[in-house]
Design a binder for this molecule. Sequence first.
Ligand SMILES: Cc1cc2nc3c(=O)[nH]c(=O)nc-3n(C[C@H](O)[C@H](O)[C@H](O)COP(=O)(O)OP(=O)(O)OC[C@H]3O[C@@H](n4cnc5c(N)ncnc54)[C@H](O)[C@@H]3O)c2cc1C
Length: 328
Amino acid sequence: MKLREFKYFSPRDLSSALELLAIHGGHAKLLAGGTDLLVRMKQRLLAPDIIINLKDIKELRGVQKMADGSVFIGALTQLTELITSSLIQKKYRGLWEAAKMVSAPPLQNMGTVGGNVAQQTRCLFYNQTEMWRQSKPVCFKAGGNQCNAVKGGKHCFAVYQGDLAPVLIALSAQVTLSGKDDTRTIPLRELYSGKGKQPLTLEDNEIIEGIVLPPPDKNRRCVYKKLRLREAIDYPLVGVAACVTLAVDGKTCEAGKVVLTAVGSGPVIISPTKLFKDVPMDDSWVNTLAEEAYKASKPVANVTTPPTYRKRMARVLTRRALNAVRTA
Ligand SMILES: Cc1cc2nc3c(=O)[nH]c(=O)nc-3n(C[C@H](O)[C@H](O)[C@H](O)COP(=O)(O)OP(=O)(O)OC[C@H]3O[C@@H](n4cnc5c(N)ncnc54)[C@H](O)[C@@H]3O)c2cc1C
């Protein structure tokens, strides 16, 4: 499990990192906490010639209130920093819950918000050692032309299992991306292509600067529910984020979204206006949305638990999340 040799750069500011990336482009990989990247390198899933360590770039760290009321979370902010932020705990409860459920404290101390949203899709037949993988034909994700998880599958079905993205998308968060010549801020949902092989729309020369949360809103409620094998360490088998903005009567939904993770190659968004705009949050609303979540979930046999169970659990967790937001 030794790493292959690579050149290592540790720039002190964002513009130096962007310059390095512009020079080395596709040969370079960005390193934040390394909890996703280094594991893949050790398994020889990738062998970059150049590593650009972002950890010394102080300007990319921390949770900051902005003048317009929004909140900026720097990409290099560790998950532990999110968990210990009273602003996140009090005003963005669902995000706080999700961060607490990522793996376990040692990994939360290393893992960053940028690395979490930019993590790769995974597959039981791909995220394995080189020797293990040699027992199977080369799959789409590894550059081959078949899927080892879905018999006869015509594309890669690797699953996106990030815990933060569903909550952030349900909150309508945005992501700020910096390239050598410009910076763009886009809705976070647009960072995901929904494709197993190439799940991110991030360009080779771009760095995630951070996440922009909408201003706190006392009428907004947000919850995250996660199914995993053990109550620590494990990736989600299904994760459901529900965020709603309540009308003044406290019983009507004015706007909202349900976003699922681990049931497809990207976050799955359920947000039809007719189910969220001026709708009473009664039992029928909960059941209808839970059914929508069931239909939209398309898990396949590429994690340790059967897809039919995960699909059913998407419905159960959606019901639990919505019951929690309407009674909180
Ligand atoms: C045992 C184990 C359990 C895990 N459990 C979970 C879990 O339950 N839930 C979960 O969501 N994740 C889980 N993970 C995945 C991962 O540890 C976390 O998502 C973590 O937050 C990743 O952050 P990082 O800083 O370590 O990312 P890194 O490994 O440093 O980077 C991840 C990817 O993002 C890219 N990247 C990093 N920062 C930037 C940036 N600023 N701009 C552009 N690209 C960037 C890197 O190039 C790399 O491709 C687990 C990992 C392990 C090993």
